[in-house]
Design a protein around this ligand. Structure first.
Ligand SMILES: Nc1ncnc2c1ncn2[C@@H]1O[C@H](COP(=O)(O)OP(=O)(O)O)[C@@H](O)[C@H]1O
Ligand SMILES: [Mg+2]
Length: 225
């Protein structure tokens, strides 16, 4: 599903280049759940951006379901993302001017689906927000906003879902409910899940763990595979 080869990312800084990721390689099979763990600043979000084609590497390559992202331009990468990828972020990233229902309909509209409202209503009901369809993000709690974000991510039935610390802005009780829902939706859809977290208990619920330390991959995955 995902193949990452010799991936490196450097950014130019006034004092010289900063290496954020160095020689990172692994593969993820269809339907697997993989946790990316490591200290703050170890490169987890950067790795996720590269895997999703939101950012381009300095070295190496990413194959997403057979598409070599580095061989595509920005439009091409956006097309692959639209067809294959869902995202959930720590800060929800809902559009503030759209209602819950409109936020969830949006990815279906963007890919040109004919029927967008019925599937959006259905998945919002599934995440427990069937009565909150016309509410704007600011009228919803953090946990409710993340439920909308989960509905938005799963409504397209993506092959691959990237979640970057999805409970990072939630209290532990609300976070647990969100994680329960995430795993439930994921299992039902057979989605391949890449989950960034620094919660080791949560990481332990995934099939595999990728551990980053200062931009390098530690060999956890071999031990746990
Ligand atoms: N565009 C950038 N320019 C400069 N430094 C960056 C940039 N993006 C990330 N970094 C740095 O790279 C390191 C890894 O960042 P990040 O991938 O966000 O780590 P994590 O998600 O594990 O906390 C951090 O030290 C961060 O400050
Ligand atoms: Mg991060």
């Amino acid at each position: 599903m995902l193949l990452v080869e010799s991936l490196g990312k450097q950014v130019p800084l006034p004092g010289g280049p900063l290496t954020i990721l160095e020689d990172v390689g692994f593969s993820i099979c269809r339907g697997e759940t993989v946790a990316v763990v490591g200290a703050s600043g170890s490169g987890k979000s950067t790795l996720l951006s590269l895997m999703a084609g939101l950012d381009v590497p300095t070295r190496g390559r990413v194959l997403l379901d057979g598409h070599e992202l580095s061989a595509l331009d920005e439009d091409g990468r956006a097309r692959v993302r639209g067809e294959k990828v869902g995202f959930v972020f720590q800060n929800f990233q809902l559009l503030p001017s759209l209602t819950a229902l409109e936020n969830v309909m949006l990815p279906l509209e963007l890919r040109g689906d004919g029927e967008v409202e019925a599937p959006a209503r259905q998945i919002l009901a599934r995440v427990g927000l069937g009565e909150r369809l016309d509410h704007y993000p600011r009228q919803l709690s953090g946990g409710e906003q993340q439920r909308v974000a989960l509905a938005r991510a799963f409504v397209t039935a993506p092959a691959l879902l990237f979640a970057d610390e999805p409970t990072g802005n939630l209290d532990s009780h609300t976070g647990e409910a969100i994680i329960g829902l995430l795993f439930e939706l994921n299992a039902a859809a057979g989605t391949t899940l890449v989950l960034v977290t620094h919660d080791e208990q949560l990481a332990a619920r995934c099939h595999h763990r990728l551990r980053l330390d200062a931009g390098r991959l530690m060999d956890d995955r071999v031990a746990s595979a």
